[in-house]
Design a binder for this molecule. Structure first.
Ligand SMILES: Nc1nc2c(c(=O)[nH]1)N[C@H]1C(S)=C(S)[C@@H](COP(=O)(O)OP(=O)(O)OC[C@H]3O[C@@H](n4cnc5c(=O)[nH]c(N)nc54)[C@H](O)[C@@H]3O)O[C@H]1N2
Ligand SMILES: Nc1nc2c(c(=O)[nH]1)N[C@H]1C(S)=C(S)[C@@H](COP(=O)(O)OP(=O)(O)OC[C@H]3O[C@@H](n4cnc5c(=O)[nH]c(N)nc54)[C@H](O)[C@@H]3O)O[C@H]1N2
Ligand code: SF4
Ligand SMILES: [Mo]
Length: 722
């Protein structure tokens, strides 16, 4: 693809007082290439410029990326450990005092020790996130199992990538979010994208997506809303939220009926075809249309375009995954690629838009309740043996599997879990059914929170540990392609903040586990141990050294040893990771969302993102430009629905579900279905839409159904805002 001239000129501008540090954005899975500009006289970060030579994003960045550097020296940074002595102030910002690291560590070691003595090892828990490097994610898993010795660790990827992971594991036997590199996208003939607001959430993919249409290829979008990408689609499948399984089955049926199945591929490389063919027969275009609300002609056109395309890529994101049948949705859309044989070669395949910066790597190396590094099951004795050896423990000492993220809050509520070490996540905004979750956090006997900005969740903590931002440490992350890349340090940590891995090493020493941690003196030491711990797993990073990452513009896993260059394309040999080498085509009966609209709650509520904010908003709400662009949440309502409720644009209304209520400003737009309303979830306290969402969990992935529940609107009498 043509390099962008504008960015080439920028690259040539040299400022004599500046050093440029090559790195990647702190936010989403695109991991756009950037240079941080460092003032040599102060050694402080003063700005950013895009890296046009980064092959994935070629100099493109979004509004969050160009302002990300403003986090580093932000006035709100926490500079010293904070302790709260008065537990009655929990749930507020009040009552914290500054403390030394020694005092904070001593208090944590004492309180954690007491809880474990009184209530057992498993009375403690760790809840983490994947805005951290692979090395930090890895060490967090080891810290939970070795330093705390608890089974209860899980992470925010349960709310993000776990359904994609479950679907891929079932279908392919391996979970790498993309079967091919992003540099293939613009060369395919058809992109079928379901439940992704790509232009706002992975904006720097868009130049490749538009290029498909510019080359005469096709774009099919399945989304209840007319998002920016849906507006220019060749077919917009504007389905009711929560009905993807019917849509995918309906399209698969047409692909089979109209002769687009690749019989030789199906016979040689898959299982499950006949059963699936039988099941989807019922999903005639008319029946599919009845369930999904999508016009018959659109369903037919989508199947024809995908079927005829020589190469096609099926892509999806949280729109289909954050459902109580998210895993089934992933497998059902993946069926399209397997039945037509459009996989296992360049320019054809399946990809999910991985969400967080390290959403891929962070789910592979032991932060999930049942996984050990290298994507190995904690229930597999061989894996336990291998990892125990690296960790310096006996296999019998390895804790058993724990429970998923939301289920940990249930255990906090019933006092099975009494202590929490939360880091890199803000569940008091981002978890579903928040009245319950916030209540559970309040019940904890002792809570520690690692963050660099005081989050809504930190308000429940007894001790806050100041971590560094991404620009003050080094390590690797794995982007949405499965490409391991390097984050570089541009500035020394400000104040007394420390990288999370260092806090864990120092805390482990206080907890009497120095022998398993004290040898880790630098991020590189953690990296070397981490690579070794993944050796032999499906997600084998052993050969992905920092030098190789630099030389090759990243390394795609698996990468087994020194001479292995990595694996940009998966399944080129048509070998899938199940023991018989075949992929699984899945027969999946339709089931409706956990909560269907009814007389009292006649609307469907769906939730998601806007381009200006990131996740719980704890980072982006502090960046002035982003906050100016989107200062408040709102509810999108169709004009016909607005007329029915007699509500006007910009008017405050009450939105409520069986679980909670909140006031939102109305944004009237024809871009949403009449039966659906949408609210972005980046806002805290009374503005959190998660006060209303439902914690119906997918049985396999334990993903909550953020994307569909039943809701109602009340017009407010003047002056009656909550
Ligand atoms: N600006 C921005 N970018 C981000 C993030 C951010 O917070 N802000 N977060 C990052 C992370 S962690 C993630 S996980 C990704 C998320 O990226 P996306 O999944 O693209 O974002 P969402 O807005 O959650 O949802 C995507 C779309 O799903 C649609 N949708 C809702 N219900 C359904 C349904 O039932 N079926 C279908 N087919 N579609 C449905 C919504 O209308 C929405 O347009 O973005 C990443 N990038
Ligand atoms: N209603 C609704 N809810 C959702 C979703 C939705 O679509 N709808 N999407 C879900 C999804 S996909 C996701 S990914 C989750 C995300 O939800 P969260 O896990 O809450 O994500 P963040 O807001 O990124 O929280 C990260 C926190 O850690 C801090 N942080 C960042 N980097 C570091 C670090 O290196 N170390 C430490 N110690 N702290 C750090 C940040 O300041 C921030 O406070 O939300 C989920 N919740
Ligand atoms: S697209 Fe994602 S990685 Fe790129 S600049 Fe924006 S937030 Fe950062
Ligand atoms: Mo996410």
């Amino acid at each position: 693809m043509q390099k962008d001239k504008f960015f080439r000129d920028i690259e040539n501008v040299k400022h004599p007082n500046e050093e440029l540090v090559k790195t990647h954005c702190s936010y989403c899975g695109m991991q756009c290439g950037m240079n941080l500009r460092v003032d040599k006289s102060t050694n402080k970060i003063i700005g950013v410029e895009p890296r046009y030579d980064w092959p994935v994003t070629l100099g493109k960045m979004c509004p969050k990326g160009v302002t990300a550097y403003q986090q580093t020296n932000h006035d709100d940074r926490i500079l010293k450990p904070l302790i709260r002595d008065d537990a009655s102030l929990k749930g507020t910002k009040e009552g914290f005092r500054e403390a030394s690291w020694d005092e904070a560590y001593d208090l944590i070691a004492k309180k954690f020790g007491e809880l474990q003595e009184n209530y057992g090892k498993d009375s403690l828990s760790v809840f983490s996130g994947v805005s951290m490097t692979n090395e930090k994610c890895y060490l967090t898993g080891k810290f939970a199992r070795v330093a705390l010795g608890t089974r209860y660790i899980d992470y925010n990827g349960r709310f993000c990538m776990s359904s994609a992971a479950g679907g891929f594991l079932r279908t392919f036997g391996v979970d790498r979010g993309s079967t091919l590199p992003w540099t293939d996208l613009h060369e395919t003939d058809c992109l079928f994208i379901a439940g992704s607001n790509t232009a706002e959430c992975h904006p720097t993919s868009m130049f490749r997506i538009w290029a498909v249409q510019e080359r005469g290829g096709y774009l099919i979008i399945a989304d209840p809303r007319e998002t920016p990408i849906a507006r220019r689609a060749d077919v917009h499948l504007d389905l009711r939220p929560g009905t993807d399984l019917a849509l995918a089955n309906g399209i698969l049926n047409l692909l089979i009926q109209n002769g687009y199945a690749d019989e030789s591929f199906v016979n040689q490389h898959t299982n499950g075809f006949e059963e699936t063919k039988e099941l989807v027969k019922d999903f005639t275009p008319e029946y599919t249309s009845m369930i999904t609300g999508v016009a018959v002609e659109k369903i037919e056109k989508a199947a024809e375009i995908y079927g005829k395309a020589p190469n096609a890529i099926v892509m999806f994101a949280r729109g289909i995954e954050q459902q109580q049948k998210g895993v089934d949705n992933v497998s059902a859309y993946t069926n399209m690629a397997l039945v037509t044989g459009k996989i296992g070669r360049p320019k054809a395949g399946v990809a999910t838009f991985t969400g967080q910066g390290n959403g891929q790597g962070g789910r592979e190396h032991g932060q999930k309740s049942d996984l050990l590094p290298g994507y190995r099951k904690i229930t597999n004795p061989e894996a336990v043996k291998a990892v125990s050896k690296v960790w310096g423990i006996e296999p019998e000492e390895m804790p058993k599997p724990g429970v998923s993220a939301y289920e940990m809050f249930e255990l906090m509520d019933n006092k099975t879990i009494r202590g929490l070490y939360l880091l890199c996540s803000n569940p008091a905004v981002s978890a579903p059914n928040l009245n319950f979750v916030r209540g559970a956090l309040k019940k904890l006997d002792f809570m520690v929170c690692g963050d660099f900005f005081l989050s809504e969740s930190a308000e429940y903590a007894d001790v806050i540990l100041p971590s560094v931002s991404w620009s003050e440490d080094e390590g690797t992350v794995t982007n949405l392609e499965g490409r391991i890349i390097k984050i570089n340090k541009a500035q020394e940590p400000i104040g007394e903040s420390k990288p999370d891995w260092l806090m864990q090493v120092e805390l482990a020493e206080r907890l009497g586990k120095g022998k398993n941690f004290s040898h880790l003196k630098t991020a590189k030491d953690v990296a070397d141990e981490f690579r070794l711990a993944t050796k032999g797993g499906n997600a084998d990073y052993y050969g992905a050294t920092w030098d190789k990452i630099d030389e090759q513009d990243g390394v795609f896993w698996p990468c087994k040893d020194k001479d292995d260059k990595g694996t940009p394309h998966m399944f080129l040999d048509k070998k899938f990771y199940h023991p018989d080498g075949k992929a699984k085509i899945c027969a999946l009966p339709y089931r409706p969302p956990a909560e269907e609209p009814c007389e009292k709650y006649p609307l469907r509520l769906t939730t998601g993102r806007v381009v200006y904010h990131y996740l719980s908003g704890n980072q982006t709400r502090r960046i002035q430009f982003l906050n100016d662009m989107c200062p408040d949440p709102y509810v999108e309502v169709h004009p016909i629905t607005a007329a029915k409720y007699d509500i006007k644009h910009d008017e405050f209304i009450l939105l409520y579900t069986r679980r909670g209520k909140a006031n939102y400003k109305v944004k009237i737009t024809e871009a949403i279905r009449e039966d659906t309303v949408f609210v972005p979830y980046h806002f805290g306290h009374d503005e959190s839409i998660n006060l209303l969402t439902i914690a119906a969990l997918d049985p396999m992935s334990k993903m909550p159904e953020f994307k569909a529940c039943a809701a109602q609107i009340d017009k407010l009498k003047s002056g009656s805002v909550l």
